[in-house]
Design a protein around this ligand. Structure first.
Ligand SMILES: NC(=O)c1ccc[n+]([C@@H]2O[C@H](COP(=O)([O-])OP(=O)(O)OC[C@H]3O[C@@H](n4cnc5c(N)ncnc54)[C@H](OP(=O)(O)O)[C@@H]3O)[C@@H](O)[C@H]2O)c1
Length: 274
């Protein structure tokens, strides 16, 4: 990775910053000097990230919110602008998957995926565009999609990521005359809590591979950090690190506004269908 850009004096908002990819992005932006506003559902990991950013000399604030709450998400963006006078980077990262056959699925799971992966990305993008236009400094929208958007048969989760790509491309066109660039990042398989809704038997096997024998996963429960930390190096050909995506974000936002990085795929050496 080339030297990190100097983001001193810049402001960034990251949704889904309490875990995985969003957490790594928030940390990378904060270490590079940006004032980062983290949003997620879990306070403790965001407090840890905020501490790490502050220890590195940066500034960070953390807000517990549900991104499906339109007013709360708008309020976060407004707060970032009120506190710092600007907004330079909006990372729409919060997202989740409920894998499984459509015929057997719970419609509430479809609703959650659509609301978190698609609607909150729209609300976050709109709030950020308005804030960036008002501040007049331009900016970057970073939308976290998935390689699932490259497949036609990637289920309801994949459909939400097709929507993310379509929305991002539409925004890119809409914002051509603003100094606001829109980059879509499509990760492949990354070792994170994204797996929390996967089959518990599969997760138990994964934990055993990582040498954690006494883990009894419950549907929806986060994986212990030690499982994620151990499994990634063991399966490094199949699973990337959240930091790999964070490096990509730093790259995309560090280029001049005249450079339009539209889409980036970040995946491990070997393909693992998600
Ligand atoms: N990991 C992969 O293999 C992979 C591959 C391609 C794309 N992606 C995408 O990458 C993004 C980040 O996922 P990840 O892998 O980092 O998974 P993760 O570790 O589970 O993190 C997801 C983040 O989103 C937050 N979140 C979920 N629902 C939310 C809601 N209603 N309100 C507020 N925050 C919410 C979570 O908060 P809490 O943890 O506090 O609940 C967490 O901070 C997602 O958009 C995902 O689709 C992941």
């Amino acid at each position: 990775m080339p030297a990190a850009p100097d983001l001193s004096g810049r402001t960034a908002v990251v949704t889904g910053a309490s875990s995985g990819i969003g957490r790594a992005i928030a940390l990378a932006l904060g270490r590079a000097g940006a004032h980062v506003f983290l949003a997620g559902r879990s306070q403790a990991p965001m407090d840890e990230t905020r501490k790490e950013i502050r220890e590195a000399g940066g500034q960070a604030d953390a807000v517990v919110l549900d991104v499906r709450d339109v007013e709360a998400l708008r309020g976060l963006v407004e707060r970032a602008v009120q506190d710092t006078g600007r907004l330079d980077v909006m990372v729409n990262n919060a997202g989740l998957s409920y894998p499984g056959d459509i015929a057997d699925a719970d419609p509430e799971h479809w609703r959650e995926m659509l609301e978190v992966n698609v609607l909150s990305l729209l609300v976050g993008s709109q709030a950020a565009i308005r804030a960036m236009r008002a501040a007049g400094n331009g900016g970057h929208l970073v939308n976290i999609s998935s390689i699932a958007a490259h497949r036609r048969d990637s289920g309801v989760y994949g459909a939400t990521k097709h929507a993310v790509n379509c929305i991002s491309a539409s925004l890119r066109l809409e914002l051509e005359d603003d100094d606001i660039r829109v980059v879509t990042i499509m990760p492949g398989a990354i070792a994170t809590n994204f797996a929390r809704n996967f089959d518990p038997a599969f997760l138990k096997g994964l934990a055993a591979t990582a040498g954690v024998a006494d883990f009894e996963p419950q549907a929806g429960e986060k994986l212990p950090d030690e499982v994620l930390d151990r499994i990634q190096p063991i399966m490094e050909k199949l699973l990337s690190k959240p930091e790999d995506v964070a490096d990509t974000v730093l790259y995309a936002i560090s280029l001049p506004q005249t450079v339009n990085i539209e889409e980036l795929v970040v995946r491990p050496a070997k393909a693992l269908a998600l």
